[in-house]
Ligand binder design. Structure first.
Ligand code: DGL
Length: 267
């Protein structure tokens, strides 16, 4: 048993969709969250920059005595996970592998769609992972660079978002695709709008759901799980002034988090 917190981070609010899933699956685990709001979005930055940011945040979380780290950002998982894993003395988890695995078993039509940031899509991390598991599946990817700025501005419905979705999701209207990976942790915030735009029943996969299952399994295997009676504590840190972060978090969680959130300086 280990009651130390789990560190979770993202470029901004997106990783909160992962925190929500971890909370549902592992309610007795404490979480320290870092939203790197001063440097969001990560999606258009170089791999080198993302690796530098990822190392800084993991070191910060390690200094807070976390027992494991979840990179709740597809862009950083795609570009930095394998580089940083051997550099730190605790388990580090990314969001690409668990949801990719789920997509290969859920698709009936053998046709999977992926949406994500430019960095994630250009890295080919999702298709590589999916094809490693099943080389026969058809995979279509689309970078959606305007979606993170919309979500960080709390634009989660309405005409502007509908037009942006039309720009990117038009090609997924085809009936042969039955499974769409929300390959950026920001996107579950607008899953209703995406569902509405697609206009038919598909598997819309939230990376946090499958990450939480993997985390549960790994904590147990490595004897790192919290005591079941442990009262979990949540702390949220942002690298810029947190008012916008708090407003969007209030849409994601049922309880306000303003009293648990504060600004930090990473460097
Ligand atoms: N939520 C992140 C991801 O999953 C980051 C998006 C961004 O900052 O561009 O990729």
């Amino acid at each position: 048993m280990d009651n130390r917190p789990i560190g979770v981070f993202d470029s901004g609010v997106g990783g909160l969709t992962v925190v929500k899933e971890i909370h549902q699956t592992l309610p007795s685990e404490s979480i320290i969250y870092v939203g790197d709001t001063a440097r969001v979005p990560y999606g258009n930055r170089s791999a080198e920059t993302i690796i530098t940011y990822t190392k800084q945040i993991i070191q910060y979380l390690l200094d807070q005595n976390v027992k494991a780290v979840v990179i709740a950002c597809s862009t950083a998982s795609a570009q930095a996970l394998e580089v940083v894993k051997p550099l730190f003395p605790i388990p580090i988890f990314g969001v690409i592998e668990p949801v990719s695995q789920a997509s290969t078993t859920l698709t009936q039509t053998q046709h999977i769609g992926i949406i994500g940031t430019k960095g994630t899509i250009n890295s080919q991390a999702f298709p590589h992972t999916i094809h490693r598991l099943n080389p026969h599946l058809k995979v279509d990817s689309q970078a959606c660079p305007l979606l993170v700025p919309c979500i960080e501005e709390n634009i989660t419905s309405g005409l502007i978002l509908k037009n942006v979705l039309h720009l990117y999701l038009n090609k997924f209207i085809t009936p042969s695709m039955d499974t769409l990976i929300l390959g950026c942790t920001h996107y579950p915030v607008i899953s209703d709008a995406i569902n509405q735009y697609i206009g038919r029943e598909i598997n819309l996969l939230n990376p946090g759901t499958y990450l939480a299952e993997t985390l549960r399994h790994e904590l147990l295997t490595q004897s790192l799980q919290s005591d079941r009676l442990h009262q979990s504590v949540y702390q949220y840190y942002t690298t810029d002034e947190p008012s916008n972060f708090i407003a969007i978090a209030d849409n994601i969680f049922s309880q306000p988090i303003s009293s648990l959130t504060q600004k930090i300086n990473l460097i």
